[in-house]
Design a protein around this ligand. Sequence first.
Ligand code: NAP
Length: 252
Amino acid sequence: MASQRPIVLITGASRGIGAAVAQLAAQRGYDVAINYRSERDAAELVARVCRDAGAAAVICQGDMAVSADVIRVFDEAQAGLGPVSHVVNNAGITGRSSRLESASDETIRACIDINVLGALWVAREAARRLSKENGGPGGSIVNISSVASRLGSAGEYVWYAASKAAVDALTIGLSQELAGQGVRVNAVSPGITRTEIHEKSTGDAERVERFRAKIPMNRIGEPEEIAEAILFLMSDAASYITGTNVSVSGGR
Ligand code: NAP
């Protein structure tokens, strides 16, 4: 089905920040492709909310750490909605928190696989398909980094902080490669945001609240507040902005 509306593909959009981006994008006039890895029902619920807001929405299962899945998900998004014009490179994990000396090979590798390799596979496919030079529609890519890339996450997940530093470098380099091809590339670096990522990293649902004292605004961010910055960078209001990295972190 061809669409006149801009089309955004969001990776890891079954919950958390990705789901908030999908819902806000639908409200702002985008059609949305919702990638998920394991939670089909959750992804379908996000799609229903998007449709209720007047958007066309498809869900696309795929592990973004696997390059063949990335290509298939872009193909399915295009088949369902039309040519993708915006990509939010959001899927990511921290792994079980610990000091680096105690982290297992598996924990570190799983994080690097999705946060670094996955981010590169998704950005590469977006570059191939969005670039006007390749016959694409142009548009924008927003990579989801973290303030961890500047703070280092000592005692929590240094490997995760390192993975997000790679996302920062990817954003700068790719923005320059695509600047002449009608594609803007930016990053958003959330601070502590109320999602399930924290409970998954520690098994402790209250952990997120203990961070309050480290946040100048003395509160945890909401996924919708991160989504606002992402939607701004995707929009024409940001038409001269590329290669930047916006912290949404309550001053942290
Ligand atoms: P979340 O609630 O745990 O959601 C993460 C999403 O990514 C889920 O939908 C998850 O689905 C998906 N995902 C994970 N691995 C995937 C894979 N290999 N392929 C496809 N999807 C995958 O986390 P979140 O807080 O919204 O995090 C979103 C992004 O924001 C991440 O890049 C994270 O590093 C970043 N961030 C978050 C915070 C924060 O405080 N929340 C702060 C800074 C940065 P499955 O479980 O099915 O895999």
